[in-house]
Design a protein around this ligand. Structure first.
Ligand SMILES: Nc1ncnc2c1ncn2[C@@H]1O[C@H](COP(=O)(O)OP(=O)(O)OP(=O)(O)O)[C@@H](O)[C@H]1O
Ligand SMILES: [Mg+2]
Length: 291
């Protein structure tokens, strides 16, 4: 296995147009831009899980949509296993040979699944499109992936509105796993779920990560969850990475005042440990048991 990072991101920039400002006495509008991702660089090792945290609007979703090549950067590089992903427009990425190796899970599973398609079809579509499997081979792979995320075969004929939040989240994860990715990008995959359901889905992700050797980029508002699931954390603010480090260290000994402020906002019991502190192993076990 190569020692090269699985993913290398260099000086990535993305921006959105803002309403123009009238100039030359109102004759023309001067273009203005919001630099939502402003020169982001980081690397990700094979099998590593990195958390991406930061306040609302700091650019997390914009960044991960670039990584998954669902949108185009203005400049910068995204090198996945030696392949330059940023060179191609996003419109062509859907059919690129590397597409099966980089997959994304979205925030709201009910929103991201087609309401007219069954869970079986939702999982089968990317497998058919990206791996070219048909008939029995396709069905076999869908069933294998469904088993992996603990979706019973009876649920596979249901449409999204007939699934609970947790079941729909598992279908969303199965859909991403079907093509056999090495990198899974998750944008707040449990934000829409109740806490108890969330714990089950997180435990599932933790298990899948270990079993499949997946590298993960995990966006979350919940720093406790990030400590639990991720080896390393990137702290984002106003489009930039302002701090990074091993997740168990970063929030205990933050180097940046912004990280300290985020850490201070982690809910904790009075005098009690932070989520993941000291009791990380037993907490991990507790979460695994609820999987
Ligand atoms: N389609 C768009 N057009 C214009 N501006 C956008 C668009 N999408 C996002 N933005 C702006 O870009 C910035 C970054 O947004 P982004 O959604 O990436 O943030 P985020 O960190 O994911 O926030 P949240 O935690 O609330 O999901 C914000 O200021 C947002 O208002
Ligand atoms: Mg977001």
């Amino acid at each position: 296995m190569s020692n090269l990072p699985l993913l290398e991101v260099r000086e990535l920039v993305a921006r959105y147009p803002l309403p123009g400002v009238p100039s030359f006495g109102g004759l023309v509008k001067r273009a203005r831009w919001l630099q939502a991702v402003d020169g982001v660089s980081f690397t990700l090792a094979r099998g590593e899980a990195v958390g991406l945290v930061g306040e609302s609007g700091c650019g997390k979703s914009t960044l991960v949509s670039l990584l998954a090549r669902l949108s185009d950067p203005v400049s910068g590089r995204i090198v996945f296993d030696g392949i330059e992903l940023a060179a191609q427009p996003a419109a062509l990425a859907a059919r690129a040979p590397w597409r099966s190796r980089v997959q994304m899970v979205f925030q709201d599973p009910h929103d991201s699944l087609d309401p007219r398609r069954t869970a079986f079809d939702a999982i089968a579509d990317p497998i058919r499109r990206l791996l070219g499997l048909r008939a029995d081979a396709l069905r076999e792979r869908v069933l294998t992936v469904a088993r992996r995320v603990q979706i019973g075969t009876d649920l596979l004929q249901r449409r999204p509105h007939e699934l609970s939040g947790g079941q729909a989240a598992r279908v969303g994860i199965a859909r991403a796993l079907g093509p056999g990715p090495e990198l899974l990008i998750l944008d707040e995959p449990t934000a829409a779920l109740d806490v108890s359901v969330q714990a089950g889905v997180l435990a599932l992700l933790d298990r899948l990560r270990r079993e499949l050797g997946l590298a993960i980029v995990f966006v979350s508002h919940d720093l406790g969850v990030v400590r639990l699931l991720c080896d390393r954390v990137l702290v984002m603010r106003e489009g930039r990475i302002v701090d990074e480090g091993p997740s168990h260290e970063l929030f205990d000994r933050p180097r940046h005042s912004y990280t300290a402020a985020l850490a201070a906002a982690i809910p904790r019991f009075p005098g009690g440990p932070l989520p993941g502190d000291g009791h990380a192993a037993s907490r991990r076990q507790a979460v695994r048991r609820s999987a």
